[in-house]
Write a protein that binds this ligand. Structure first.
Ligand code: NAD
Ligand code: TYD
Length: 338
């Protein structure tokens, strides 16, 4: 089995590469990644993969690159799993174009390779955000209509529709996974949990949007990756599978816990101007994956958050080099005068 893992140097992708290497040692793995600000080859350092052969640097929105890459394999791969994306909602508000290029055109370029090869499974890693925003009640099922709010979620929903079209029109073997908010080691410090943890460690303000009452359904990246492996091996062709942590939390609850754990107090918390188009609540109904695959989340939020905060405390050498030029420019642009 030869699997192409696009976006394998990012947060969830690198956790997935590690899981595949550990649990499916006979598989041949090729990681494809543009190494954008969010991608870091060092995330794969302890995989034991021979990166000289198992890693290809390139941009999936460049069809010439994608064509050459696939043309270089003696046989088409059995599976292409696409994690590669621009993934941060706030950046999609500051500059949506890269989201269209990577998340839509990039996904399409990979899909086309699978279609033209006439074999192989295409697995698209999507998000609960394509369903839009919930009120205080209810959960998203796989049948909830797509209703995205941000340029990020609109671009992910667009890719999902192309995947569906390639399955229905061309018979491409596809699976779409949609997951709720992930957390865990190696998450880029622009996202809520690492941002608050690292800011608290540095004595910086903890910027909570609005009143901090928006709700997300948190899942540890390891649980998500275990689900993706199941979807690759056992997912039915053409299907969508929701994954979620069954762990709903208001943002302020999380920020308070992190503040307590890191600084022993809440003085750094500051309520700032809300995100435009801020989805109120996400929650996943995971009945389908539970029934079809026997999957359910194993890591509790209490344990997962504690371990994640510890990981960031112990891995300054991972995050300190990231908090430089590009990150500081984004941080100033987004948070200054908020
Ligand atoms: P991330 O931003 O940490 O990583 C994205 C990776 O994609 C990086 O390694 C980056 O270099 C690479 N990449 C970006 N543009 C590329 C391009 N044009 N060509 C090749 N590589 C490119 O993201 P993440 O949080 O690990 O998310 C991975 C996937 O999971 C995304 O598709 C995201 O939409 C989806 N997802 C994320 C979450 C979450 O909570 N983080 C939840 C559900 C779904
Ligand atoms: P984020 O990690 O960006 O994930 P998403 O927007 O994809 O759900 O944000 C999670 C929640 O935390 C979201 O409701 C926005 C909020 N948030 C803040 O209040 N302050 C921040 O600085 C960030 C990054 C997020």
């Amino acid at each position: 089995m030869h699997i192409i893992i696009a976006g394998g140097c990012g947060f969830i992708g690198s956790n997935f590469v590690k899981m595949v290497v550990a649990k499916r040692p006979a598989w041949r793995v090729t990681v494809v990644d543009a190494l954008t600000y969010a991608g870091n080859l060092a995330n794969l350092a302890d995989t034991g993969l021979d990166l000289a052969h198992a890693f290809a640097k390139g941009n999936i929105s460049d069809n010439g690159f994608v064509e050459r890459l696939f043309g270089g394999f003696p046989e088409p791969p059995e599976c292409v799993v696409n994690f590669a994306a621009e993934s941060h909602v706030d950046r999609s508000i500051l500059g949506p174009r890269a989201f269209i290029e990577t998340n839509i055109l990039g996904a399409f370029n990979l899909l086309e390779r699978v279609r033209l090869a006439g074999r192989g499974r295409f697995v698209q890693i999507s998000t609960d955000e394509v369903y839009g925003s919930l009120g205080d009640e209810g959960k998203f099922t796989e049948l909830t209509p797509l209703d995205p709010s941000s340029p990020y979620s609109a671009s992910k929903a667009s890719a999902d529709l192309l995947v569906q079209a390639h399955h229905r029109t061309f018979g491409v073997d596809t699976v779409i996974t949609r997951c709720s908010n992930n957390y865990g080691p190696y998450q880029f410090p622009e996202k809520l949990i690492p941002l608050m943890t690292i800011n608290a460690m540095q004595g910086k303000e903890l910027p909570v949007y609005g009143a901090g009452r928006n709700v997300r359904d948190w899942i540890h990246a390891e649980d998500h990756c275990r689900g993706i492996l199941m979807a690759i091996e056992r997912g039915r062709s053409g299907e969508v599978y929701n994954f979620g942590g069954e762990s709903e939390m208001a943002n302020i609850q999380i920020v308070e816990r992190i503040a307590d754990a890191v600084t022993g107090g809440r003085d750094l918390i500051r309520f700032v101007k809300d995100r435009p188009g801020h989805d109120w609540r996400y929650a996943m109904d995971i009945t389908k994956v539970r029934d079809e695959m026997g999957w359910s989340p194993a890591v509790t939020f209490d344990d997962g958050l504690r371990a994640t905060v510890e990981w960031y405390k112990e891995h300054r050498n991972w995050w300190q080099p990231i908090l430089t030029g590009e990150y500081l420019t984004f941080y100033d642009q987004w948070y200054n005068n908020r």
